[in-house]
Design a protein around this ligand. Structure first.
Ligand SMILES: O=C(O)C(=O)C[C@]1(C(=O)O)C=C[C@@H](O)C=C1
Length: 378
């Protein structure tokens, strides 16, 4: 008996769904006409005011919070699909997302000037050597900000900056610098980072009272460092500066957390190897240029945008990736300076600026987000 009831209900549901699909098709056909109108008049696809009116009107047609919320979600989704349909048509009419990036076969690597932050022996130096080898002329500056400035001024062709570590996460200061300067990410390189505990040639681990390193490196070695409760952990500019400090101050109770290479360079003794918690500790470095170029084979795009402090705003903007079949690798958020509780999002997606799906997604993002910037395709 029950089974029959269910079958009967399902039959009715099928009938309703059929009507809904037919109406949805009609709605999309009208949206196609809207797109034609917008292509003709140059109006943007996204009209936030109209969408709000629509949501207010349809939620007003039902009773009760549950149904109001359901109808809100349903229509938000439908309008998102409608926007994506319209962006697709714009792209087919040659109206692509605006960007000034030029494709190149290969990046210029020979005889270039490359800047990194820190001193010789710092991990950034290792990353620069990793990517550019010995052909380039490498030099260093004191801060990450200075490295970005060198590129902007044209003193360096490229800067090498750490952006993410597999155990400590994002290097947030460098995300902020991506906003401060108009330099572009043209490549990335990965460096396995193994920290050693380094002391004076005459020191033993039992003599140590103070450990110097970069805050990220200290964080990456928390398990080992915290097991020595009496040790004072002191942050300095970078790991190589820590090593230099230990040798210059000549105090047996001081140690540095830095690479073994830095230890050799400054004449320190390895008191313990691999003190990092994660033994696969890897840092991702980005290579920045002032030229907006991308290699034809590039497969990753970094972009940033800001969103208002409003329910669903992130969900809506990310739908531009979903409906274009674009895979997202990473998302990171940073506060927007001067605007409490509003965020700037940094997103890495899979793809190349020449792909139609990417152009569609970027067209949507650039209409719906604020201060949208393509940071690079590499
Ligand atoms: O009315 C429009 O301008 C449309 O493009 C249609 C529509 C919708 O699907 O209802 C889609 C996108 C706009 O942001 C607003 C509304």
């Amino acid at each position: 008996m029950k089974n029959l009831d269910l079958q009967e209900i399902r039959k009715q549901l099928d009938g309703i769904d059929q009507e809904m699909v037919a109406l949805f098709e009609k709605r999309m056909e009208l949206c196609r006409e809207v797109a034609e109108f917008k292509i003709g008049t140059g109006k943007p696809v996204y009209d936030g005011e109209r969408e709000q009116q629509k949501i207010d009107s349809v939620t007003g047609m039902v009773e009760g919070e549950f149904l109001k919320q359901a109808v809100r979600e349903l229509f938000t989704q439908m309008m998102t699909i409608s926007r994506n349909y319209q962006y697709k048509q714009m792209a087919e009419n040659g109206l692509k997302a605006n960007h000034s990036f030029q494709p190149v076969k290969n990046l210029k690597l020979n005889g270039v000037r490359v800047v990194y932050q820190g001193v010789e022996g710092a991990y950034s130096h290792g990353a620069a050597l990793n990517y550019f080898g010995n052909e380039a002329s490498l030099y260093h500056v004191t801060t990450w900000d200075d490295a970005m400035k060198e590129v902007e001024l044209g003193n360096a062709d490229y800067a090498v900056l750490p952006i993410e570590n597999s155990s400590a996460g994002a290097v947030t200061d460098n995300y902020d610098l991506l906003m401060k300067y108009e330099n572009y990410i043209v490549a990335e390189t990965f460096l396995t980072v193994n920290h050693a505990l380094l002391g004076l040639p005459g020191a033993e681990e039992k003599d140590i009272r103070t450990v110097f390193s970069h805050p990220q490196a200290l964080m990456q070695c928390q398990e080992f460092l915290n097991s020595n409760r009496s040790w004072k952990q002191i942050s300095v500019e970078n790991t190589a500066v820590a090593a230099k400090k230990v040798i210059l101050e000549g105090d047996l109770s001081q140690a540095a957390v830095a690479s073994e290479t830095a230890g050799e360079l400054y004449g320190l003794k390895v008191l313990r190897t691999q003190v990092n918690t994660n033994k696969n500790n890897t840092t991702r470095f980005i290579i920045l240029s002032r030229e907006a170029v991308y290699q034809e084979e590039a497969g990753k795009i970094s972009l940033s945008f800001e969103l208002p402090h409003k329910s669903g705003s992130l969900y809506n903007i990310l739908s531009n990736f979903i409906y274009n079949g674009v895979n997202m690798f990473m998302i990171e958020s940073r506060p927007v300076p001067g605007r409490n509780w509003e965020y700037r999002f940094f997103v890495d997606i899979e793809g190349n600026l020449s792909h139609a799906s990417i152009q569609n997604a970027l067209k949507g993002i650039s209409e719906e987000g604020r201060n949208v910037r393509i940071l690079g395709n590499y």
